[in-house]
Design a protein around this ligand. Sequence first.
Ligand SMILES: Cc1cc2nc3c(=O)[nH]c(=O)nc-3n(C[C@H](O)[C@H](O)[C@H](O)COP(=O)(O)OP(=O)(O)OC[C@H]3O[C@@H](n4cnc5c(N)ncnc54)[C@H](O)[C@@H]3O)c2cc1C
Length: 295
Amino acid sequence: MELLEGVDLSRLTSIRIGGRARYLAVPTDVEDLSNVVQMSREKDLPLFILGGGSNTIFGDVEGFVVSLERLRGIRVMEENGSFLVEALAGTPLKEITGLALKENLEGIYRLLGFPATVGGAVAMNAGAFGVEIKDFIMEVTYLDWFGEIRRIAREELEFSYRSSPFPRKGIVVSCLFKLRRSREPVSEDYNRIRRLRRSTQPINVPTSGSTFKNPLPHKAGELLERVGMKGYRLGGVAFSEKHSNFLVNLGEGSVEEVKALIEEAKRRVYEEFGIDLEEEVRLVEDSGSDGWKVL
Ligand SMILES: Cc1cc2nc3c(=O)[nH]c(=O)nc-3n(C[C@H](O)[C@H](O)[C@H](O)COP(=O)(O)OP(=O)(O)OC[C@H]3O[C@@H](n4cnc5c(N)ncnc54)[C@H](O)[C@@H]3O)c2cc1C
């Protein structure tokens, strides 16, 4: 296992902003992972699980950041016309959406076009174009915070909009999906979604995707636009001109600028509409955030 000290975290997230981690651990198997959890307990330091970093913005982290990038791989079994796909947590989600395109599998291909890992997508219950990852899960294998490996069926897990029991419940190690063959060719819809993403989202600049959850039935992006946040810039960070709910790093963006922009956006939306926007993005700092597990 790789264990580094004083690591610059900006290269580990899609928005490329970040302070330093006291420790960065990159486990290569579950035993390593379990050892890091144990180490953080012994040192009494908090620990943060990192997938693709596409929904995470770091400040300084006085603890362990654990990257699952080396826990990757998929296994595919065919059973009565369905595909059972088991993927390790650090596997890029695009391997699954790519498989779905190749094998003409229903639904899950709609989660194309964002740099998530399987574990991060399960933890966030990632969704797009009418599907959520929970719709395809059969079973999740996870390491609980006491170091035990557990398997749990989808029916026993509570998912909701961009929310799951993980990482509160433990660290997703792998996920088993059941994917069915589609009667219609999926490639046309796949390409339509890809084009739509390219034309409506800033996918070629560093970004962390949606900053706020949609306060249904409203869309966060529309509310932000109506209060003048579209394209609003502070130093090196701005709400994108292309999609007002996406923060983009224009160069040397800092976490302080991110925080100030988030506060400004929340203040304006609350004053104008009386709506409390809730962050979708995980802002991870020393003082703790959603996603911390202090042992
Ligand atoms: C251009 C762009 C477009 C996007 N579009 C969408 C979209 O359409 N729909 C959507 O839902 N999201 C979208 N996102 C946001 C993001 O990609 C998703 O939230 C994704 O699921 C995050 O996955 P990740 O692996 O990058 O997670 P990370 O950012 O690494 O982590 C996110 C959270 O998951 C936890 N986590 C990660 N791995 C594990 C694990 N193995 N076990 C337990 N907890 C874990 C982390 O601790 C953290 O709390 C987009 C992002 C970008 C940059």
